[in-house]
Every structure is written in C-alpha cells, then in structure tokens.
Design a protein around this ligand. Structure first.
Ligand code: SF4
Length: 683
C-alpha cells in the first residue's frame, strides 16, 4: 500500500484474501502491518477503481471514455508510440514512475525503444538527499542503511518516521528506544514522531541550515567530533572549520528560535552517543531552495560523528556480489544506452545531477517548449504528477503538446482522468512482479507473487510491458509466463524460483555484515568524504554555501507546508473505503496565537487563498505549529466524481504553489515545495 513494500504474508481462503500480516520470517516486521497495510483488502474490493482499459472519447479531462479490451488498448498505445517514433524519433517518448525495486523491466522497455527519457517522481521527493550524498561520497543515499536497532541517538529533521511509516524501521527504533536510545525531532510542527521523542525543537520554517551549521560549529569548536575518523576519511576539514567559524549557537538562536543552550546540550549528548548515532538525511526533502545544503550538512554531521559505517549508525550495505552471489540478470543489459541527450537536460545541460531518474519537472518544461526536441508521448506509470507536482493546471497546459498521454494505474488519479488511455494495473495482491534485489546488511532477493486472481480486467506490470513489447518489435522482452521472466533473472545466481516459496525471499548470507571500515574507501577520487565537490563548483555552485535567511511571510500570510499521516499514502488511499472512514479530510494546522488574531477557532471552516485562488478547509488550532506556517496532510482535495468517498473533501496543497514548477533547488534539483505563502481568513 506504499512504496516501502514491507514483506507481507497473505492468507487466502476460497480464493479470497482472509488476512494480511507482516511476513513472519522477517523478525523486524513483528507480524505487523500499518493501518494502510491492513486496508489492502478494501483496495482489492473497491469498485471505484478503474476496472477495464479505457480510451478517451471526449476532450482531455472531460471523463468521456469508451471501454476497451486489452488487445484494443495495447494496440492503440503501441500504434501511437510507433507514430511518434517515426515522426520524432524514439526520444519523443517519455515515461515516469515512482521508482522502487521493480523498475528493471520497464526501464529495459524504454532502452529497447531507444529513448533516454526515463524519469521518476524523485524531483518531488528525495532528489536533494541523493544528490547531497553523491556530492560528498560519490555514493548514493542507499549505499548506507539506518541501523536503528543498535542506535543510541536518532535525529529526525526531514523524516517523520512514525507517520511516514516503514514498519521495520519503526519497530527497530522503538526497540532501541526501550533500551535507552534518545530520539530528537527538529521540525516546524510537533508531529507524532515529536510526541514520542525525548527532545523536540521547534524550528523557524526554512532555518534548518542555520541550525545545522551551528551544530557543526559546536562539534568542531568543542572538539566533540571523531578526530580519528576525520583524519582518515574527511578531505577538506580545515576549510569546513573555517567556514563554520561565524555560525555560533548564539547566531543560530536568532535565526532558528532555538536557544543556544538547547543546541549545546543537544550536541554534547549526541557526541557522547557517537558513533552509534543516526541523523537521518531525510526522505521527502523537496522543501526549501537550500534543502540540498541542509541534507549535505546532515551527512557532514554524520561524518564528524564517525557514524558512517558504524554499527548503530549508517553502516554500508552489501550487494549480492559482496557475499559471493552473482546478481540478478538485468533486462536493461539487453540493450545499449540510448545515445540521445535527455529532454530534461540532466547530464548535459545540468552536469551536476545524476542521470538515472532525471528531473520530471524539467521533462514537463521540455514537453511545453519542445526544447531540446519535441516529446510527444508520455506514459505515467503508477505516477500522478497532477497531484504530486505544483500547479496542476499549468502542467495540463504543458501536456497540451502531447499526442499521447497514458496512465498505468490501480486507482483513479487526476493524471489518469486527464489521460488518453487508462491501463488498469492489478493491485499488489493480484499481481506478480519481477524479482528484485535488496542491498542491505543481509542482502536478499525478493519477489511478489499473486495472492488472488484479479477481481477486474486488470493486468500485472510484466503483462502490460510484455504486451507492448510484442507490438513494438522487442522480442527479448516478450514473455508468456512470469516463470520465464523470473528464470531469465535468476540465470547464473544459483537460486531458483522455488527457493522463494518458503519465506517469500532468499537471504544471501546468514548474519548482518558490518563491513570492516578500516579497509573501506569512499567512491571519490581521494577515497574520502570530499567537502569540496568539483561537480558542484564546475556548475558554479558552492561546496560550502553561506547561510541566507528564509523569506518571512508578509503580514497576514503563512508559509504553506504539508506532510504525511500514518493513515494515508499521499493521494492514492484517500478514496479507500476503510481508510476514508478513518480519515476523510485534512485540516489546516494553524498556531493558536495566529488564529486568535484572525478570530479563528478550532473547527471553524476557513478560506485559504493565494493569487485569487481559494479553497475551504476546517481549522485545527494548535500550539504545536510555528506561527509563520500552516500545515495540511498531503493528498486530499480530490475533485473526481468517480471517487465518491474522497470527492470534495479537504484541501489540495499543490494548488497553492503559484510558480512552483519553476521554483526548485538549483544544487539538488528538487522542487522547493515549502517556499509558498497563503492567506487564511474566515468565510
Ligand atoms: S508501511 Fe504500511 S502501507 Fe507501506 S508497505 Fe508497509 S504495511 Fe504496507
């Protein structure tokens, strides 16, 4: 029910799902799933999800559809992809998804077609984290794991672990806290993670970088850092020390609202727990225009504390090859890398960004401007940019240049409704996926098998891609049985598909491997963590960016912010019958004093406005949010009548981000979602 993809076990009786639980062979699951996981059966039985392939008859977004068979729909899509390829070349085809471990097959499809234009949703999520990790170590954010179980102090700044739930991480952290692990939360709002924390520091919105620079100042100034680690593994320490010289805790107090004394005692406590500490670099870090540098400062703090590679800190993950097992055979290796440059400019116009998933908002700009070339077909695969990116109406206009817009989806979404073709994907309980690798302390292969037959006329990922591949002359990707696909992947690994039967996964070693750090080198030229990033500096960006104070809201305005709750996964569970019953609308968190000045009481309906656009929502008046900001749970404000339970309830935050598609972090690439302001008033 979310992209964490917790390992689960599904009990089936008489062809029906009877019970969903955490996979009992994975101790950290403790047999549990989160509330959304428990609502999987409601998704399965939901009669308000797309039930057959649909082809648009009216104008885009008008909702006039004709039902189609799979053959008709796949023929339709394949014919139009062929036409685009003929007229504009394969580069005229683009595709985006939500990332994750099951991408190899559909990315191979794109490579086979010859287009470089693969994107995922990450420019609306964790791109800044990834790029900041790369800028220091030349290793991505997933090169390390978070060893919550053995940690002595965890700091959450851009990560709300008890609401953006990952069941294993939550269980491990709770176990550690029972053994005395401290939890510090730094946020503009006392979220559920803050409620469980040993220390909560409410920070002025947009001032996180100031706080972190002062932490570095204090660690270095008081010699609380791990000197042996720094001597061995950090290049550029002297410049760092000089750079943070002016950023004292007293200075930071003025910027952040967090007292110098609090910061000092926090730093002392953190250093005392090092190296078994985790300052989480963040999940959804697409927030401010300097979020890249905030994430970078977090990685630097982890380095100063010696947490990189440490048990209870950020130990390095192992890959199958590290434990003597050949990796899965890749479908992507079947085809050469397309020679064309990417439409989004990543890799040639923006050389400091990683090419992999690119930056989807820049793809949309290219679709509009047709620069560097026309992109005429776009497949949004389990991805709803109209709900996930700012300015949905402007995005629709940009897409006006497309000859073909396809949505592959298991639930209705704004993007699906606006598409030319809707291809209904079976839910996770009804579909198989390709085998995937999890690089971890104990690396593993895992697979998703079909628990029940599809309830409606939907298909699995591999069936859809295989059906298109058959029509587009990519015989290497055509499979009639999923077993053939799995056998292709497992060739040479010594593992068979039957090996997955017992536990649902195949663990590739017996015990967690904490790599011997003495022998370890980072993937930079020096083999160390490099404070100076040549890539950044070549792009005209500083490695150590001086602090700039955030824009303060004007009189009568608030910074609009959003986040997650444990009951919903962004927009796509809001119409789920069970979860909607639990939480059918979002509310507007507003600070008590700020609300009093506006005459707003808890529970009042209020009008939120920006540039003449308004929506109404109920106010949640609370002391637990900074007075400069208001906050909503993301994913509400649905306006599709086919989603009767979600229709018309709550507010859609992305409609209050005027200019937001152009407001992104130049160093990290992600959208700066929290740089927008609204008015709040009584109706
Ligand atoms: S966190 Fe919850 S919704 Fe996400 S995969 Fe795990 S159980 Fe499912």
């Amino acid at each position: 029910m979310c992209t964490v993809r917790c390992p689960i076990k599904v009990d089936v009786e008489n062809g029906q799902v009877a019970f969903i639980q955490g996979n009992p062979h994975v101790p950290a699951m403790k047999g549990a799933v989160c509330p959304r996981g428990a609502a999987g059966t409601a998704l399965l039985h939901d009669n308000e999800r797309p039930q057959t392939p649909l082809i648009r008859e009216g104008n885009r977004g008008e909702g006039k559809w004709r039902k189609a068979t799979w053959d008709e729909a796949l023929d339709y899509v394949a014919d139009r992809l062929k036409a685009v390829k003929e007229e504009y070349g394969a580069r005229g085809i683009a595709f985006s998804d939500r990332g994750g471990p099951f991408r190899d097959y559909h990315r191979a499809f794109l490579k086979g077609l010859g287009t470089p234009n693969y994107n995922n949703h990450d420019s609306s999520c964790a791109r800044n984290v990834q790029h900041s990790a790369l800028s220091l170590t030349n290793m991505g954010r997933k090169a390390v794991s978070y060893d919550f179980k053995h940690s002595k102090h965890v700091v959450l700044q851009f990560r709300n672990i008890f609401e953006a739930v990952n069941v294993q991480e939550v269980n491990n952290l709770m176990d550690a806290m029972e053994k005395g692990c401290k939890l510090t939360v730094i946020d503009i709002r006392a979220n559920i993670s803050a409620a469980k924390a040993s220390r909560f520091m409410q920070i002025k919105p947009g001032a996180d970088y100031a706080f972190n620079l002062a932490v570095i100042h204090e660690l270095i100034g008081k010699r609380l850092y791990d000197q042996a680690f720094v001597d061995r593994y950090v290049e550029g320490f002297k410049e760092l020390r000089k750079f943070v010289g002016p950023y004292t805790p007293e200075w930071a107090e003025q910027e952040t609202g967090i007292s110098a004394d609090k910061l000092r005692s926090f730093v002392e406590e953190l250093a005392a727990a090092a190296p078994s500490v985790i300052w989480h670099p963040g999940w959804m870090a697409a927030r401010y225009r300097d979020s890249f540098y905030i994430c970078r400062s977090i990685y630097i703090i982890n380095a100063l504390l010696g947490a990189y590679g440490a048990k209870g800190g950020l130990p390095f993950v192992s890959k199958p090859g590290d434990v003597g097992v050949k990796g899965l055979k890749s479908f992507m290796d079947l085809y050469p890398k397309p020679e064309e440059k990417r439409a989004d400019g990543v890799g040639w116009k923006y050389k400091h960004f990683e090419q992999g998933p690119g930056l989807a908002h820049l793809l949309y700009e290219a679709i509009e401007t047709q620069d560097p070339y026309p992109v005429k077909a776009y497949i949004a695969y389990r991805h709803d940019p109209l709900m996930g990116y700012p300015e949905p109406e402007r995005l629709q206009e940009k897409w006006g240049n497309l000859d073909l817009l396809v949505s592959v989806t298991f639930s209705w979404s704004d993007t699906a409704w606006y598409s030319d073709v809707v291809l209904p994907l079976s839910t996770y309980l009804e579909r198989e996926s390709i085998i995937a690798t999890k690089n971890a302390l104990k690396p593993q292969f895992f697979v998703r098998k079909r628990a029940v037959q599809p309830r409606y006329d939907s298909l699995a990922d591999w069936e859809i891609i295989s059906g298109l591949a058959r029509r587009l002359d990519l015989p290497e990707l055509v499979f009639d049985r999923v077993e053939d696909l799995w056998n292709f992947q497992l060739e040479g690994t010594g593992v068979t598909i039957d090996d997955f039967d017992e536990k649902g996964m195949v663990t590739l070693c017996d015990k967690p491997i904490y790599k011997d750090f003495q022998d370890y080198t980072f993937k930079t030229d020096s083999g160390k963590i490099e404070i100076h990033s040549k890539k950044l500096e070549d792009a005209g960006l500083p490695s150590l960016k001086p602090y700039e104070a955030p824009v303060s809201p004007k009189q009568g305005e608030f910074r609009i912010t959003f986040g997650r709750c444990a009951l919903h996964t962004q927009g796509h569970t809001v119409n789920n019958p069970l979860l909607n019953e639990q939480m059918s609308e979002n509310t507007l968190w507003i600070n008590t004093e700020a609300a009093a000045k506006l005459g707003i009481n808890d529970g009042d309906t209020v009008v939120v406005g920006q540039n003449g656009y308004t929506e109404t929502i109920k106010a949640q008046v609370t002391d637990h949010i900074h007075p400069d900001a208001v906050f909503v749970i993301h994913g509400f404000g649905h306006r599709l009548k086919v989603e009767s339970r979600a229709f018309g309830k709550g507010l859609a935050d992305n409609k209050f981000m005027s200019g937001g598609l152009d407001n992104w972090d130049p160093a990290g690439g992600a959208i700066a979602y929290q740089e927008h302001f609204v008015t709040v008033s009584k109706p």
